[in-house]
Design a protein around this ligand. Structure first.
Ligand SMILES: Nc1ncnc2c1ncn2[C@@H]1O[C@H](COP(=O)(O)OP(=O)(O)OP(=O)(O)O)[C@@H](O)[C@H]1O
Ligand SMILES: [Mg+2]
Length: 268
């Protein structure tokens, strides 16, 4: 067995929707940063975990939020026992180690924060550290991966074109029913029949999305429902807890979703 095939066997399970694994590997080889977009729970994080293992790179993940400063990424001086010493942030560590740095929900970060990514994300591949005056060249193997969910995007929060246009973009969506059923089964240990029912339910719920819900039933929610059912909860209750109640707080919407679930699962 060659090394890549071996790494693939031990990597976290990821069922590909198309040629995204190849694109990821090629972007890594070409030293290009990657932007992954797609709805919640569609496999973005899992793809990055899977590919980091296959490419044999350490993975450093940062969940972005609106308070995330450039110093949170790059590092800061810390005072300990009267001494000041520099402490690398996660981005700086990844640059030094040649790791894959994954910035999750990057549109949440402040605009001045994303600007520190620019010299790293183009062909300079350097991280200037203003505070220390250092310019760190990215070690071989370093890759910047960012993700965001276009569904939550609003006009204020979109990425600046000058940031976007430094990244190769990959759009993911929920997988086809066959692949999604395989994922639900593999991730929960449920039967093929149960996985098929849950995926069928997701298809029906996703058709409703446009009017009532911000986001529809994700692959993640189906996996959670299947896990509850495997743990012994009746499937209808598992769906109620893991899918319906998770999707909405609005009484009328919950009732409408429950009706669809009952019809699809045959408990009407
Ligand atoms: N293609 C896939 N292969 C294997 N598992 C998957 C896949 N897609 C989704 N899953 C399952 O769904 C769960 C959620 O996926 P993941 O965390 O990658 O979603 P995400 O796109 O990063 O969501 P978010 O935007 O909310 O962070 C995973 O833990 C896994 O169980
Ligand atoms: Mg994620």
């Amino acid at each position: 067995m060659n090394m890549l095939a071996q790494a693939c066997e031990t990597a976290p399970f990821y069922a590909a929707q198309g040629r995204e694994c190849e694109l990821f590997a090629q972007a890594h080889a070409a030293r290009l940063p990657l932007l992954i977009k797609g709805p919640t729970g569609c496999g973005k994080t899992r793809l990055v975990e899977h590919m980091a293992a296959r490419l044999n790179r350490p993975l450093i993940t940062v969940s972005c939020h609106d308070d995330l400063s450039a110093a949170d990424l790059v590092g800061r001086h810390l005072i300990a026992g009267g001494d000041t010493r520099w402490c690398d942030g996660p981005l700086t560590r990844a640059v030094r180690e040649g790791a894959i740095c994954y910035l999750d929900e990057v549109v949440e970060a402040r605009k001045d924060t994303t600007v520190v990514l620019h010299p790293l994300a183009d062909d300079r591949r350097v991280l200037p550290i203003e505070r220390t005056g250092e310019q760190i060249a990215a070690a071989p193997g370093f890759m910047l991966v960012i993700s965001y969910n276009p569904g939550y995007q609003n006009l204020l929060k979109g990425l600046k074109p000058s940031t976007r246009q430094r990244f190769v973009a990959l759009a993911l969506d929920y997988p086809t029913p066959e692949i999604e059923a395989r994922i639900v089964q593999a991730e929960s240990g449920c039967t093929a029949d149960m996985a098929a029912q849950l995926v069928w339910l997701a298809q029906a719920l996703r058709r409703l999305t446009d009017h009532d819900l911000e986001e529809s039933a994700s692959t993640r929610l189906l996996v959670m429902a299947a896990r509850l059912a495997v743990a012994g909860l009746p499937l209808a209750d598992a769906v109620q807890a893991a899918v319906i109640a998770a999707l909405s707080d609005d009484g009328e919407t919950v009732a409408a979703l429950a009706e669809v679930a009952a019809a699809v699962l045959g408990h009407a």
